[in-house]
Write a protein that binds this ligand. Sequence first.
Ligand SMILES: [Zn+2]
Length: 366
Amino acid sequence: MSRVEWVAGQVLVGACCVVLSAGAAVGEVAGHGAGQPPQEWRGVHCFVPSPGGMALLKRAIAEVLVPMGVNAVVLEVNYRFEYQSHPELRQSNPISKALARDLAACCREHKVRLIPQFNCLGHQSWRASTLPLLVKYPELDETPKISKQNRWIYCRSWCPLHPRVNEIILPMIDELIDAFESDAFHVGMDEVWLIASNQCPRCRDKDPADLFAKAVNDYHRHLVGRRRQTMLMWGDRLINGKTMPYGPWESSWNGTAAAIDKIPKDIIICDWHYGLQDDYPSVRYFQQKGFRVWPASWGAVKAALSLLDCGRRDATDRMIGHLCTTWTGADGLSRELLKGPGHPKRGDVTSNAAAALRACMARLRE
Ligand SMILES: [Zn+2]
């Protein structure tokens, strides 16, 4: 079940911190030297704040998140940035490079790893709204015949084989790396439902797993090979839903799962699951396949703790910690956190996410 169904009526975008050089050992990831035990990645994921909310986020980091143990923030930016390379792709209320730098300095001061995120491949629309890339460059759309109102689909995808797509998005990613002074970058890639469409002259009849792996390898070549970043991505498209006990959002039912054997093992897989289960076998599966894994929870406290505890059971040195997604904007999340511990309100994404975050961080401190 997707996070969308979990919070029907809420507007959410996307599935699901920390800095290390490419190929660094886990201990190095958290800034420890040789011979010191590795530090867990204790992360929180949220959407980039409005320009006016940046001060609030900095306060929340200093006064709440760091004291509770958070040492990593994944900030999903997407198109809300003052891109210089492609100003036509800025969404409303974007943050500036100066504000990004200011946040990076705050995180550095508090030893919090800051990881920008840009959703690649999928999640190029939300409900009736198509995001700027496919509005300005409709020729990059994997499914150009689908109605402009996005009826009957989940989210649009860009075409991974279009010769112009990487020319456009990689300079934007470079801008985020520079502005946030990051050395780790999250490419999203969750919930890609539209891939290998017969509407696309380049992709039709191709293997979805090959296309998905091609996209992953393109971004890896740039991020890890050229920019020396550590690459993170959501894991759902790499999980075979026919053999694992998950639904079609948190696992792949559309033929992409075989990509797991066609991509580099130094990618950190953010394995998100939001439902309450006794066991989450994908957490072990990714480690067995050779990936570092960052289990990612959301929502109800019980489910979040169940995933966290599963990650700790049978953990190898590829288990790096726990990520709490919030699926809310940093402005609202910061306000909620600064109010202090409270009672989550039924159906309210922000207060429930804050409660799960507090519970997970408390468990990690035990
Ligand atoms: Zn295509």
